[in-house]
Design a protein around this ligand. Structure first.
Ligand code: URA
Length: 248
């Protein structure tokens, strides 16, 4: 969030007055003098001081949403389509989706105002695993599942090894669980396209140690501090994946 907006939101001054104070050199962020009103701050982590007075930081919030299909994982949409923010309503703080799910993908989406947390979750080096249930066209043979698990070539390169498990065969379709730790655009759909079985329906069922469980579609809940710490530990390579009950 822009510094001037943050100060205005904190109730200290109007947006215009905040801009003036910043330009006049009255504001420090993490101890450094900042004179640009558009400077980006992380409301949950940065320390903002005005004339030596430290503003009380925003409480960090972490939400797990079971995203329905037909919603964008963005804060706003220039075309007025529904976004996941419409499902959260006003919780007094501005949250942002932690990564993206496609418009037609359902399932586990995190939202937070903690920029550090978001970076930890999304950084490719941290390899936080994401689990999906994909209902795909046709019968996926075991050899094709192995191919997915080893890696397939997409137009942006080979995919890293994945965990792939057959759930069941249906009439001319297959339900597959796949766990990946990369976060490329439309990755799961492109992986199944690459083996000739386009995705009919995609649900993200797990993210790191979190599982959707039996949350209804469209429902959300706040994460516990234990869950947040487990995710951070996982991203830092301190723990293996565990589910919400703490089982490995
Ligand atoms: N992979 C996809 O193809 N789509 C998503 O929404 C998430 C992962």
């Amino acid at each position: 969030m822009r510094l001037a907006k943050y100060i205005a939101h904190a109730g200290v001054a109007s947006r215009r007055k905040a801009e003036e104070m910043i330009s006049q050199g009255q504001v420090r962020v993490n101890g450094r003098l900042i004179d640009t009103p558009a400077f980006e701050v992380d409301p949950a982590n940065d320390q903002v001081e005005i004339n030596g007075i430290l503003l009380y930081p925003e409480a960090r919030q972490y939400i797990l949403l079971n995203k329905p299909a037909g919603y964008l994982s963005t804060v706003t949409d220039p075309f007025g389509r529904p976004t996941v923010m419409d499902l959260i309503g006003d919780i007094g703080q501005r949250l942002y989706p932690v990564g993206r799910l496609d418009f037609d993908t359902e399932g586990l989406l995190l939202l937070s105002n903690d920029g550090d947390f978001t970076n930890q979750m999304l950084h490719p080096r941290h390899k936080v695993p994401k689990r999906y249930e994909a209902r795909v066209r046709g019968r996926v043979e075991p050899a094709e599942l192995e191919q997915l698990a080893r890696g397939v070539e997409l137009d942006d390169g080979w995919t890293a090894p994945a965990r792939v498990e057959l759930i069941k065969y249906g009439p001319n379709e297959t339900l597959v669980e796949i766990e990946i730790h990369e976060g490329r655009k439309r990755q799961v759909k492109r992986m199944f396209e690459a083996i000739g079985h386009p995705v009919i329906h995609l649900v993200r069922t797990g993210f790191g140690n979190l599982n959707l469980g039996n949350m209804a579609v469209g429902e959300y809940r706040f994460l516990t501090s234990e869950e947040v710490n487990q995710l951070l530990a996982l991203a830092a390579g301190l723990s293996k994946t565990t589910d919400s009950e703490g089982k490995t």
